[in-house]
Design a protein around this ligand. Structure first.
Ligand code: ADP
Ligand code: F6P
Length: 320
């Protein structure tokens, strides 16, 4: 192993830069040359890259986004695209690769490994929905961004005695919704993992709260459920409480990473390089309790993860 590549793929996440920095610096520390591939698998297919040095990753630890940029690359999902990427990797003399991204990106990492390029995945997505790991880079920063925005919405909602419906990100997963609901004292977190008539249930909760003298209501909706504007209208119509919907959107993907994200990203980046330097590929790095571990990519992709029922229960108890 002499020369390794690193790329970021899929949706960006705060902390990706910290992971890139860790891969570059630990690679150099172990005597490897490190190549930064631009714009995800697109850059690998088209040979868009730069040679990294310890200095090229200076002053990025605290920055959101990814200095290598990221992309969703449809071409790479098909066999000819994977072959092109593999041949380019050989042309630029890569012996290994680190892919920082979500589970879509890991499917690509598995394909690259199968094609013959030892590849390691590092989990980074604000959705925190990769089954084999307790934690994905970006989650904590996104939670704090959402928490900050919701605290501000709460100030104005209280002044007007309004109900606030806030939609947070999470394409198929309700992790951001459940965590911020608890952290911000919401009446309900509506998530894709739970199937029930949430409109009726939410209206009942708000009406019950009114009987108990509640002057303010906060409802968190995960993006994967959607329909927050329609829900706000129904709440207003059925309860008579003025209701506003806010969709937080991409604000949750940016910003300076928290300490938790910087540290996890740094540890995971070093772990990935250690695997490659020992000649190990086709692994995904993961966090289990406080340890950094790794799994076979396919094994990792086949794992399932369910919403922590204790969290849901806590949120319900506290929303009285
Ligand atoms: P994330 O990595 O955040 O889950 P995506 O699902 O959009 O994001 O995947 C990112 C990229 O990974 C895709 O644009 C594509 O290049 C690659 N990818 C996704 N799924 C596959 C797949 N099944 N096989 C090969 N590559 C894939
Ligand atoms: O996977 C992270 C995520 O932010 C999801 O929460 C969201 O559904 C999706 O990416 C949005 O993707 P895009 O940036 O393409 O709009």
């Amino acid at each position: 192993m002499k020369r390794i590549g690193v790329l970021t793929s899929g949706g960006d996440a705060p902390g990706m830069n910290a992971a890139i920095r860790a891969v570059v610096r630990s690679g150099i520390y172990y005597g490897l040359e490190v190549i930064g591939i631009h714009k995800g698998y697109n850059g690998l297919i088209h040979g868009d890259y730069e040679i990294m040095s310890a200095r090229s990753v200076s002053d990025i630890l605290h920055r959101g986004g990814t200095i290598l940029q990221t992309a969703r690359c449809l071409e790479f999902k098909e066999k000819p695209g994977i072959q092109k990427a593999y041949h380019m990797a050989k042309e630029i003399k890569l012996d290994g690769m680190v892919v920082i991204g979500g589970d879509g990106s890991f499917r690509g990492a598995r394909d690259l490994s199968l094609a013959g390029l030892p590849t390691i995945g590092i989990p980074a997505t604000i959705d925190n929905d990769i089954a084999c790991t307790d934690y994905c880079i970006g989650f904590d920063t996104a939670l704090n961004t959402a928490r900050d925005a919701i605290d501000k919405i709460r100030d104005t909602a209280r002044s007007h005695e309004r109900c606030s419906v806030v939609e947070v990100m999470g394409r198929d997963a309700g992790y951001i919704a459940v965590y911020v609901a608890m952290a911000c004292g919401a009446e309900a977190a509506i998530i894709p993992e739970e199937k029930y008539d949430y409109v009726e249930d939410t209206i009942k909760k708000i009406k019950d709260g009114m009987m108990r003298g509640k002057a303010q209501n906060l409802i968190i909706v995960a993006e994967g459920v959607g329909g927050s504007v329609e829900l706000a209208k129904k709440i207003e119509k059925e309860t008579g409480i003025e209701t506003r919907a806010t969709i937080l959107g991409h604000i949750q993907r940016g910003g300076s990473p928290t300490v938790r994200d910087r540290i996890n990203a740094s540890r995971m980046g070093i772990h990935a390089v250690k695997l490659l330097k020992d000649g190990v590929g086709n692994r995904v790095v993961a966090k289990k309790k406080d340890s950094i571990v790794d799994y076979d990519i396919l094994e990792g992709l086949n794992m399932t993860k369910s919403m922590e029922s204790e969290l849901l229960e806590c949120s319900k108890i506290l929303s009285m």
